[in-house]
Each structure stands twice: as structure tokens, then as C-alpha cells.
Write a protein that binds this ligand. Structure first.
Ligand SMILES: Cc1ncc(C[n+]2csc(CCOP(=O)(O)OP(=O)(O)O)c2C)c(N)n1
Ligand SMILES: [Mg+2]
Length: 340
């Protein structure tokens, strides 16, 4: 359990994410904003850990398999006291231990990631080891990207978890329906995603992954399943919006790789977040927001379609599509941050 509420921590993860990618010129802000609510609920309400004793044997194990969103786990760990918040500014810099992708050299990190498709296998190993040791003191959590589930190794691990009845394993998929250059459905179709996990022998919980109440009850349900479905691992399919919390980054694939540049990109993101900050949180970088922010001009590259194939699911006519897009649209979408 953490020091912050999940709403406060989600806001801090987003604010740190903007600053860290801005300072370093690092990528993946869209992925960081997408997973911020999942990470915040995990570190505020779900995971058992001791920040002053990172290797405590009874801690829940956690792997961020979509390791390109490393800034989100770094921000959560720093804000919960594993290392100084000040160190976040070294992200992606030469000599820093906060490498762009997640590094186990940091206290609180159990497994390095970045090469997609390995986290679920590692989590299976940890859960299997606990079973073999008859050690019921902790659970194993792993967060995957949906595009990451294109990797065959994910499905081999899913088979393994079923075979060894790993009911101490909880996977969460950040299901934003986008990957690095395009919508997932245009890259390699995953749907019907829930049915696939069920067929692999898993409990499946489907929720809005930017909604904290739904996330919290999903984790509660996953805990209940450990008793009611002792022969199954559990996956939470968390429907999210890539770029959630900054209007011009939402559902725009540009922000998978682009970082917030000086000018309207940084000023706009900071001020949007500033205006949405929850009670009890100070902005660590721009305590009063940005006065006289640079505004985008009509010639600036905002609101354009940057997906590789230019539109949602061009491969199939309407009648052949299997899913309706929550995030397959350029319209502004609901995000939890805007509510506060
Ligand atoms: C094995 C491997 N192949 C390719 C990449 C490059 N890469 C980084 S992020 C990414 C897209 C991931 O999409 P998704 O899992 O949906 O994550 P999201 O950013 O949408 O949360 C890719 C292909 C990688 N990190 N590892
Ligand atoms: Mg994705």
C-alpha cells in the first residue's frame, strides 16, 4: 500500500512522464500516459511492498513487461519512497541507472524489460517457483501491452500458466488498441482477445483501464478468483486510451515515439495536467503552471492522422470487423484525469 491515493499517484506519474521525456528527448509518452492509471492503482492499493526493504521476501512481485513505459514504474517507485524523486530527472541520460527501458538495477524492480514478449514468461517462472516452494506469501503481477501480445512467446507462457495452475499469477493487458506505428488491428489482429485468453484456460476480467474504481474492483475480483477458481491464472484486459490525459496526445500514434518539444507541445501538456491536478498534490516542476504558454499555430502538426495506414481498420469493410473501437477514433475521449 502506498503513500498516495491512486488518483494522486496517477497524476504524478503523468506529470513526471511529461518532464522525463521532455528533458531526455525520450520516447513513449503515449504508452506512459496509457498505463498510468493501472500503475497507480497497483502501487497505491494493490501491491504489497516495503519501500525501505525492496527485497522483502513477502513482497508481491511486479514486472512491467511493456518496458518502454519504464518512466511510469520509475515515477511510481520514486513517489512511494524507493529512491529520491530528484533522480527521475536523470532518466535516459548517460550514466543514469534509470535507463529508457526498465532496469533491475533500481530498488523495487524485479526484472529488466524492454525487449517485448518476455515479461509473462518471467512472471510464470516466479509464480511457478512460489508454488514449488509452497510459498503463499505473495502474488506475481505482470503488465503487458496489447501489441506485445503479437509475440508468440506470450502465448507459450499463457499455456504454461494454465498447465501449472498458476492462480498466484495476475496479468494485466494495457489494451489501448495501438502499438508503435498503427492500430493493433491493422498490424496483427488480436480480437476476439478475451475469448483467446479464456480458451487458454484463464479467468478473464474486462474493464475500463483508465477508471480507478473499475481497476480496483477488478483486482478485488482477481483476488477472489484465487479461491473460487484455484486452477486458473487471471488476466485483466484493461481497455485504455493511448496518451490518456493530454488531449492532443490521445489516440495519436505520433506520441508513441515523439517527445514533448519546447513550445506548445510541452506548455500545452503541462498546463492541461496542471489544471486537472487532484487535491493534495503539488506540481514538482512548474508549481504555478506555465504563464503565457506558447499556443499551437494553424501550421503546427496537431490533430492530424499519423497512423501508418491512416485510418481505423482499413483491412476490412465494416461488416467484417470484430470490434468497435474505444480508441480507434481521433475524437477526444474520456480520461480519468480530465474529471478531477
Ligand atoms: C521484441 C521487440 N520488438 C520490437 C520492439 C519495439 N517496440 C517498442 S514499443 C513497441 C510497440 C508496443 O505496442 P504495445 O505493446 O501495444 O504497447 P503500447 O505502447 O501501446 O502500450 C514496439 C514494437 C521491442 N521493444 N521489442
Ligand atoms: Mg498498445
Amino acid at each position: 500500500m502506498g503513500h498516495w491515493t491512486s488518483e494522486q499517484l496517477a497524476w504524478l506519474i503523468r506529470r513526471h512522464g511529461i518532464e522525463m521525456t521532455h528533458l531526455s528527448g525520450g520516447s513513449h509518452i503515449g504508452a506512459i500516459l496509457s498505463v498510468a492509471d493501472i500503475m497507480a492503482v497497483l502501487y497505491a492499493d494493490v501491491l504489497n511492498y516495503k519501500a525501505d526493504e525492496p527485497k522483502w521476501a513477502g513482497r508481491d512481485r511486479f514486472i512491467l513487461s511493456k518496458g518502454h513505459a519504464g518512466a511510469s514504474v520509475y515515477a511510481a517507485l520514486a513517489e512511494e519512497g524507493f529512491f529520491p524523486v530528484e533522480e527521475l530527472k536523470t532518466h535516459y541520460q548517460n550514466g543514469s541507472r534509470l535507463s529508457g527501458h526498465v532496469s533491475h538495477h533500481l530498488p523495487g524492480v524485479d526484472f529488466s524489460t524492454g525487449s517485448l514478449g518476455h515479461g509473462l514468461s518471467a512472471a510464470c517462472g516466479m509464480a511457478y517457483a512460489a508454488k514449488k516452494d509452497h510459498d503463499d506469501s505473495h502474488r506475481v503481477f505482470v503488465v503487458l501491452g496489447d501489441g506485445e501480445c503479437n509475440e508468440g512467446s506470450v502465448w507459450e507462457a499463457a499455456l504454461f500458466a494454465n498447465h501449472f495452475r498458476l492462480n498466484n499469477l495476475i496479468a494485466i493487458v494495457d489494451h489501448n488498441r495501438m502499438q508503435s506505428l498503427d492500430f493493433s488491428e491493422n498490424t496483427l489482429e488480436l480480437e476476439d482477445f478475451a475469448t483467446k485468453w479464456k480458451a487458454f484456460g484463464w479467468n478473464v476480467i474486462e474493464i475500463d483501464g483508465n477508471n480507478h474504481a473499475e481497476l480496483k474492483s477488478a483486482f478485488k475480483k482477481a483476488e477472489e478468483y484465487r479461491n473460487t477458481e484455484p486452477h486458473k491464472p487471471t488476466v485483466i484486459i484493461a481497455d485504455t486510451v493511448k496518451g490518456c490525459g493530454v488531449s492532443f496526445m490521445q489516440n495519436d500514434i505520433l506520441w508513441h515515439y515523439r517527445f514533448p518539444h519546447n513550445g506548445w507541445e510541452y506548455d500545452g501538456a503541462v498546463n492541461e495536467l496542471h489544471n486537472a491536478r487532484p487535491a493534495g498534490v503539488e506540481d514538482p516542476y512548474t508549481p504555478n503552471g506555465i504563464q503565457n504558454p506558447v499556443k499551437p499555430q494553424s501550421t503546427d502538426d496537431i490533430g492530424h492522422d499519423h497512423t501508418f495506414t491512416s485510418t481505423w481498420n482499413t483491412s476490412y469493410p465494416e461488416t467484417m470487423r470484430r470490434v468497435t473501437a474505444k480508441s480507434g477514433t481521433k475524437e477526444p475521449v474520456h480520461c480519468v484525469v480530465e474529471e478531477n
